[in-house]
Design a protein around this ligand. Structure first.
Ligand code: UDP
Length: 327
């Protein structure tokens, strides 16, 4: 059987990736410390609890499962937290990833798919963000991911570690079958917080900044459906299996939506009012992050067919109302 080690497989994106991998005939082995993930989300293959900081545990899991590839999702990913606790991000994300990469090379598992972020680009007004854009992260989250990209390049040069790097824009939506979905504790992301406000689980959504230099004053992001995103990962794995070059791919649709536009779409989809209050800017937020690349479509054959705002909010709303994990 073709086994893939999925770090963070109990998390939001990792759990959807496990489902996509299983559907494509792979055995996804989840490696997760359950700090932000949910054991209930591990439904599509074996589970190995462990922490990336524990090299011996990583070596053990590589020896047991002999994966043909690693998909590395496990990370702390909150922009705001990364600004107040940068050490956490350098320890967990960078040191943890270095351990994982070294363990993979030691086990001769030489195919590596990495989840990076558009936050590595930073705030670049009026610049089309493609894979060749300069990377000037303005928060520790983006800086930690850029550092891991550098580690991968170095290990590619030195040991032939074969890798694909995906720079995600904003991920939203949920599995349309309702088997897995987005659930963070505490929640910090726009769409689930907004759905909480819509159904009264919180008083209101705070809009982080209404004085940005954008048409309605709120930040603009490029939203991509989690199912489309993980499909790209399966294509990335195939890319590596086909022996193609190490490559970076943006994963975004090229369409930007402001926070207020996301709110308006949510009102339409749910047919309910969205209680909002204007608030201060969140430290570390970029004004606008929109992908200017179709490389993934052209080279990987990626088809982001579910990534309309309406579809993402519809799927997220369904999950919000019916899906859950035991806490
Ligand atoms: N946002 C907001 N209120 C919230 C959470 C997020 O206005 O309670 C905004 C945030 O400033 C950003 C966008 O929504 O412009 C997406 O934020 P999220 O945390 O979902 O993702 P990020 O862009 O940080 O990866």
């Amino acid at each position: 059987m073709r086994t893939v080690l999925v770090t963070g497989g109990a998390g939001y994106i990792g759990s959807h990736a496990c489902k996509a991998l299983a559907a494509a005939g792979f055995v996804p082995v989840t490696f997760d410390n359950l700090v932000t993930g949910w054991q209930d989300a591990v439904k599509f293959g074996p589970f190995e609890q462990g922490d990336l900081m524990n090299r011996a545990r990583l070596d053990e899991v590589f020896a047991i499962h002999k994966p043909i590839a690693v998909m590395h999702f496990a990370a702390l990913s909150q922009v705001g937290e990364s600004m107040s606790k940068p050490g956490l991000y350098w320890q967990n994300n960078v040191m943890g990833s270095l351990n994982l990469i070294e363990a993979a090379v030691a086990a001769n598992c030489m195919n590596f798919v990495f989840s990076s972020t558009c936050a590595t680009y930073g705030d670049q007004d009026n610049v089309v963000l493609d894979e060749n854009s300069a990377q000037h992260p303005i928060n520790a989250y983006g800086a930690s991911k850029r550092a891991i990209e550098d580690i991968l390049r170095d290990f590619g040069e030195a040991y032939g570690l074969h890798h694909v790097i995906f720079r995600y824009f904003n991920v939203a939506g949920a599995d349309p079958d309702g088997e897995v979905g987005e659930f963070h504790q505490p929640e910090t992301h726009l769409v689930p917080l907004m759905l909480d406000a819509i159904d009264g689980k919180r008083d209101a959504l705070t809009i982080f900044g209404t004085d940005y230099d954008t048409p309605d004053g709120t930040c603009i992001r490029d939203y991509v459906h989690v199912c489309d995103l993980v499909d790209a990962h399966v294509l990335g794995l195939k890319w590596l299996q086909d022996g193609k070059e190490n490559r970076v791919f943006n994963l975004g649709t090229g369409s930007g939506f402001s926070v207020r536009e996301v709110i308006d779409h949510s009102r339409d989809v749910t047919n309910r009012p969205v209680p909002v209050v204007p608030g201060d800017r969140r430290p570390g937020d970029c004004t606008k992050l929109v992908s200017g690349s179709s490389r993934a479509i052209a080279e990987l054959g990626w088809k982001p067919e579910r990534s309309t705002l309406r579809q993402m909010i519809t799927d997220a709303w369904r999950w919000h109302q019916t899906g859950h994990y035991n806490q």
